[in-house]
Design a protein around this ligand. Structure first.
Ligand SMILES: [Zn+2]
Length: 92
C-alpha cells in the first residue's frame, strides 16, 4: 500500500471486502477521504470484472490488462465524483 492512501481487497465468491487505509489517509481532507472511500467501495460492484482481469486478461496480454485497469479506475473515479457528495463525511 506504499504511496496509496487506501486499497480494497475483494474476497472472491463473497460480497465481502477488506478495506485498508494507510497513514496518508489521515492527512487528507474529509471530502477527499469520503471520495476515496466511495471509490474503493464502488470496486466491490465490479468484483467479477476484476476477477476476469486477474484470471484471463493477464494471461492474454499485459497491455490489455493495463488498459482494463486504467479504464476501470477512470470509470470508478467518475462514479465516485457523482456519488460522494451525497454520502456523509467520515468521522475519522
Ligand atoms: Zn480504484
Amino acid at each position: 500500500m506504499s504511496g496509496r492512501a487506501a486499497e480494497i481487497m475483494l474476497i472472491q465468491g463473497r460480497r465481502l471486502a477488506e478495506l485498508r487505509v494507510s497513514h496518508l489517509f489521515s492527512q487528507m481532507s474529509l471530502e477527499a477521504k469520503r471520495h476515496l472511500l466511495v471509490h474503493e467501495l464502488i470496486h466491490c460492484h465490479f468484483a467479477t470484472a476484476h476477477l476476469y482481469a486477474d484470471e484471463v486478461l493477464e494471461i492474454v496480454s499485459m497491455l490489455a490488462r493495463r488498459a482494463f485497469d486504467l479504464n476501470m479506475e477512470m470509470g470508478i473515479d467518475g462514479m465516485a465524483d457523482a456519488i460522494a457528495p451525497f454520502m456523509p463525511l467520515p468521522d475519522f
